[in-house]
Design a protein around this ligand. Structure first.
Ligand SMILES: [Zn+2]
Length: 231
């Protein structure tokens, strides 16, 4: 009923197309309640928060256009992995936020072909374990021209940094940070081609969650992942 009333409320406005149906998945990592303010006020989104363990228990293709993950869980269940594969192979979008980069770090298909980056939870051969550092200030600058960066210029943010992540050379870097405690790449387009995938390392706490640029970045990422707007 809520969806119907929203559509009626928008009445004859031309953009009142079908809302973008978002599944927001959390779980496995505590986070500040300010996170839920990031997507407030986006009238073209219909957001359903579906955390673990129920997140991937059903076929997501039926009622989800974009999956937004802000979880930190290794999906090891084969049926759940198949549902994620089916969802992405069907062309549906994915937005990976902050500590979600630390999940599935041993699921090669996920980090190598889809997300194009991973946070290593321990040393792996020549690759050292990744590190995090809280409460860092950084200057963030666009590194590409892309719809996900629409309206976003250089900005300053107080956030957590990640260092020594593996980032695929096939990822397209969108934003770079100047803080040496972290990797320069703080947002990118994943290498996956069957659907649109955006990864955003930023977003630990209220300082990022309340920043207009961060909110615009996440909203743009969802719209682009849904295939809305221009290429
Ligand atoms: Zn964090």
């Amino acid at each position: 009923m809520r969806a119907i009333s929203i559509l009626l409320g928008l009445g004859s406005l031309a953009f009142a197309a079908e809302p973008i149906r978002v599944q927001l998945t959390t779980g496995g990592h505590a986070h500040d309640i300010s996170f839920y303010g990031v997507l407030e006020g986006q009238r073209d989104f219909r957001i359903n928060v579906n955390p673990h363990p129920s997140a991937f228990r059903r076929d997501l293709r039926k009622d989800v256009d974009v999956l937004v993950v802000y979880d930190m869980v290794d999906v090891n269940d084969e049926a759940q992995r198949t549902r994620l594969r089916d969802f992405l192979e069907s062309g549906k979008g994915l937005v990976v936020l902050h500590h979600a980069l630390c999940g599935n770090w041993q699921w090669k298909w996920w980090y190598e072909e889809v997300v194009g980056g991973r946070y290593l939870m321990k040393d792996e051969g020549a690759l050292p374990k990744s590190k995090f550092k809280h409460d860092e200030d950084m200057n963030v600058t666009p590194a590409a021209k892309h719809p996900v960066l629409a309206g976003i210029g250089p900005f300053r943010v107080h956030d957590e940094t990640y260092k020594d992540m593996w980032i695929s050379p096939k990822s397209t870097v969108l934003l770079k940070s100047d803080n040496p405690t972290g990797d320069p790449q703080v947002a990118w387009i994943g290498p996956y081609r069957a659907s649109r995938v955006v990864a955003i390392q930023l977003g630990h706490g209220p300082e990022a969650h309340r920043l207009p640029e961060y909110r615009a970045l996440v909203a743009n990422a969802i719209r682009w992942a849904a295939g809305r707007g221009s290429d």
